[in-house]
Unconditional design. Structure first.
Length: 296
């Protein structure tokens, strides 16, 4: 049934390969849990108690609450499918609540940290141009890691300086790019040597194949370790930095929402929170009560 479900969300829901991989991993992990704890893999025999035991085991393995919630979400979708095709009458997750947790604050990189002058290893004659381009593309477009990995060659339009990316729920959106990034793209295309089965993808690894998530993550983490001591150095923090910086420079939040591919404005608003130093600067420069030697 797992394969039927994956085929369903791939064909009917048109979910991305990255999402399919996550669902497969979550469902196969749960199937293995059933075999070990219940001595069967009958999804129709699963009840709330088994789901709770699964959650307990994940907690004992020190799995993060966010990851546990993602696994529960995968199971919810799976059981909705089983109900749809008549394999089960009710879902064992019907009254199961997601775990509450306080998300760790994501601290964006500063503009200084993202300056090319601060990244000597990114210069083409001193390092990998592909790795430099990965960093710059993530930072200049705000796209997700999976969106970069699956970017198609045909979706890069040099005439309009735009790229089309396919995000969550297979929703496509247009992102503008700078002339400098477009020039770097053109340069990369002269060096890119894909194997035939991967030539449809824009970004290709040195072996001629499509990039994988691990390669992108390690690129971001290792290169940004050169310029920052911040703990979080992931592709998502580059996305966070993009949104923070363009909003700080006056971009309209509704337009940033569209570029980021957010389904709601609330998702974009989290990037509008200025740090205390910025607030101090605004206050000291603009508020009448902040002037020195104010005569009360």
């Amino acid at each position: 049934m797992i394969e039927r479900f994956l085929e369903y969300i791939a064909v009917e829901k048109r979910y991305s390969p990255h999402t399919l991989t996550s669902y497969r991993k979550d469902l196969e992990g749960f199937s293995q849990f059933l075999l070990q704890s219940e001595a069967h893999q009958d999804f129709g025999a699963v009840d709330k108690k088994i789901i709770r035991n699964f959650m307990v085991e994940l907690g004992e393995k020190k799995i993060a609450k966010r990851s546990i919630n993602r696994k529960l979400s995968s199971l919810r979708s799976f059981y909705l499918f089983l109900m749809k095709v008549g394999q089960v009458k009710t879902s064992p997750l019907e009254s199961i609540q997601s775990l509450k947790f306080y998300a760790e604050k994501q601290i964006p990189f500063s503009e200084e940290e993202m300056s090319n002058q601060k990244l000597p290893e990114f210069q083409p004659n001193k390092g990998s141009f592909l790795k430099e381009l990965i960093i710059e593309t993530l930072y200049q477009t705000g796209m997700r890691r999976a969106e970069l990995v699956n970017l198609l060659l045909e979706n890069v339009d040099f005439s309009t300086l735009e790229i089309k990316v396919v995000g969550k729920g297979n929703k496509a959106r247009i992102i503008p790019i700078s002339e400098k990034l477009a020039a770097d793209f053109r340069k990369y295309l002269t060096e890119r040597k894909p194997l035939k089965e991967w030539e449809m993808y824009f970004f290709i690894n040195p072996k001629g194949k499509i990039l994988n998530d691990k390669f992108v993550y390690s690129t971001v983490n290792s290169y940004l370790s050169l310029v920052t001591s911040k703990k979080k150095k992931s592709p998502h923090i580059l996305r966070h930095s993009f949104a923070t910086h363009v909003l700080e420079h006056g971009a309209e939040i509704s337009k940033v929402k569209r570029i980021m591919g957010h389904s709601s404005l609330a998702s974009t608003q989290v990037y509008t929170t200025a740090n205390i130093e910025q607030l101090k600067k605004v206050f000291n420069n603009a508020h009448p009560r902040a002037k020195k030697n104010v005569d009360l």
